[in-house]
Design a protein around this ligand. Structure first.
Ligand code: COA
Length: 258
């Protein structure tokens, strides 16, 4: 089904491994095409409850957009490239199912942008984050200037964007860019444990949290109004009845996503 991705589905967790290790999993056209197909699958396959995105090999999550595809692009073509990347990363950010980046090495340029488009990040201790585009006479094009500011604040983001400075996993955690730092060996296991907990919650409520939290960064939306709407929507679900009844009956809720 995919040229550049490996996928597995276990216990409702769909793991997507970007699989170009000889090119440090750089994002070329084929990876974007495959990611689009994978997003269609995530949206349509009811067995998928949540998603992990990671990179193949011991060295890199994703070392950026594939620089070899940049040669000869004119301004309009470059803008289209950025738009396509932004659209796909926006689909990740707005996915109703949780998508988490398990960062197993370099997350540079488009790789850092991909990780930032996920709902949150777990990093192995060898992970390195950065937006090195200024080294190439470029700026980030897949949402990096926006999401880095959102995640770590303007001052530090400005410094990283302008200097191309790379930070390690522990600094990324101090800055709030990643939630946990693990060993390389335990990265996927740790990420799966977090998702198993999330997968045991009411899926429509989880989707409501994603939608409302994302509205903070969307000027076209009133986040408080959206929260009221999603709170109301939750009351119309079977899972809300099941969750509140299970609490009162002192038993574990059995959510159906309805
Ligand atoms: N695009 C295309 N190819 C890339 C790539 C990218 N973003 N990042 C790495 N590669 C390729 C290298 O060209 C090399 O290919 P080759 O073996 O055919 O020559 C291979 O991946 C291994 O990379 P290499 O540079 O030899 O590894 P390293 O350990 O010496 O350095 C990095 C690792 C991540 C520091 C270095 O690869 C790098 O700086 N990459 C580019 C990062 C970047 O600027 N990203 C933003 C792009 S907009």
């Amino acid at each position: 089904m995919f040229q550049t991705l490996l996928t597995t589905l276990e216990n409702g967790i769909y793991t997507i491994t970007i699989n170009r290790p000889d090119k440090l999993n750089a994002l070329n056209k084929d990876v974007f095409t495959d990611l689009k197909t994978a997003l269609d699958e995530i949206e349509s396959n009811a067995e998928i409850k949540s998603v992990i995105i990671t990179g193949a090999g011991p060295k890199a999550f994703v070392a950026g957009a594939d620089i070899s595809e940049f040669g000869g692009l004119n301004k309009a073509e470059a803008m289209l490239l950025a738009k396509r990347g932004q659209d796909i990363f926006a689909r990740i950010e707005n996915s109703a199912k949780p998508i988490v980046a398990a960062v197993n090495g370099f997350a540079l340029g488009g790789g850092c942008e991909l990780a930032m488009s996920c709902h949150f990040r777990v990093a192995a201790e060898n992970a390195k984050f950065g937006q090195p585009e200024v080294n190439l006479g470029l700026i980030p094009g897949y949402g990096g200037t926006q999401r880095l500011v959102q995640l770590i604040g303007k001052g530090k983001a400005m410094e990283l964007l302008m200097s191309a400075h790379m930070i390690d996993a522990n600094e990324a955690k101090q800055l709030g860019l990643v939630n946990y730092v693990t060993t390389a060996e335990t990265l996927l296991e740790h990420t799966k444990k977090i998702l198993e907990i999330i997968n045991s919650k009411a899926p429509l409520a989880v989707a409501g949290c994603i939608k409302a939290a994302n509205a903070v960064y969307d000027e076209t939306k009133d986040g408080y109004a959206l929260e009221i709407e999603e709170f109301g929507n939750a009351f119309a679900t079977e899972d809300m009845k099941e969750g509140t009844t299970a609490f009162l009956e002192k038993r574990k809720a059995n959510f159906k996503g309805k």
